[in-house]
Design a protein around this ligand. Structure first.
Ligand SMILES: [Fe+2]
Ligand SMILES: [Fe+2]
Length: 292
């Protein structure tokens, strides 16, 4: 009855305590001067501080009795997400300084979180697991194909790559915590709940991020069919992030799915090799103190 974790035994989750966008803040259209690309990523970034704090809360609420390896991974995951929230908060402040009002996007995130928190705690873990899958396949695609960030300001590129690497590294944690928390459930119940939650999470994620980006474009003075066409083209056609992650997303519903069925640690290794070559003095990559 108990599904097995596929998380590699030799995986270590290494928080990289880095800071971005402090001295050289991203400009208004930091993504290659393209309002649509900028709106899409800004809409995503706006969700992270609250969203990732929620992920941490959901996972930690179910860690009791976890095997030692998972307990250790939860610590690494927690530290990584806390630092991601901090860095996206700084990135969002730069967007606000550039003239955007992120208030409407923030309110939408709060509305979704209030709703899910009103449900039994396992619902929060299920939605975390679903959204962490989303994040991991997004991160994989972003690192695998340089076209997604082509033309973006270097500091912003560095932030999104760093975040992506750590999302891949901890992609099994929410899933393994879910397997642990539901270990006494029949397999059919586990599948039904995770499939239902994923469908809802995917619909809300896609809808909310799209409408959030449309709102930011409205603040740029871009509205109506022009805004919709430009944004949907960027999201679904070229570079087409949403289209490219679709098949990886659908694998979630297959029997035997586990995030680590796709071992994509070569993307982490490639990143580490690049950073080692290009890191500026003072921008060291070090292991952060683990959150208890
Ligand atoms: Fe994160
Ligand atoms: Fe994450």
């Amino acid at each position: 009855m108990n599904a097995a974790s596929m998380t590699p035994v030799n995986l270590t989750i290494t928080p990289r305590d880095r800071r971005f966008a402090r001295e050289s803040k991203p400009g208004r259209w930091w993504h290659g001067g393209d309002p649509y690309a900028t709106a899409f990523y800004n809409a995503l970034s706006a969700t992270f501080p609250k969203g990732e704090a929620f992920f941490v809360e959901a996972v930690r609420n179910h860690r009791e009795g976890a095997p030692a390896k998972l307990a250790e991974e939860i610590k690494g995951f927690t530290t990584q997400e806390v630092i991601h929230s901090r860095e996206h908060d700084a990135f969002n402040k730069a967007a606000i300084e550039a003239g955007y009002d992120l208030g409407p996007l923030d309110q939408k995130v709060q509305f979704r979180l209030d709703f899910i928190r009103s449900k039994p705690p396992i619902a929060s873990l299920a939605s975390t697991m679903a959204l962490e899958h989303f994040t991991a396949i997004f991160a994989h695609e972003l690192l695998a194909d340089p076209r997604h960030l082509a033309g973006a300001e270097p500091e912003a590129q560095a932030l999104w790559r760093w975040h992506s690497v750590e999302e891949i590294e901890h992609k099994g944690v929410a899933y393994d915590t879910w397997l642990h928390a539901t270990r006494h459930w029949p397999r059919s119940k586990r599948w039904k709940v995770k499939a239902k939650v994923m469908l809802i999470a995917a619909r809300n994620f896609t809808l909310d991020r799209t409408l959030g980006a449309i709102e930011l474009l409205r603040q740029d003075g871009i509205t109506g069919p022009r805004a919709w066409f430009g944004l949907l083209w960027f999201m679904w056609v070229r570079p087409g992030m949403m289209r490219k992650i679709f098949s990886a997303w659908a694998k979630f519903f297959l029997p035997g799915f586990h995030p680590w069925n796709d071992d994509d640690r070569h993307l982490i290794a490639r990143y580490e090799a690049t950073v080692a070559k290009t890191a500026e003095p003072g921008r060291t990559v070090r292991r952060a103190r683990q959150a208890a």
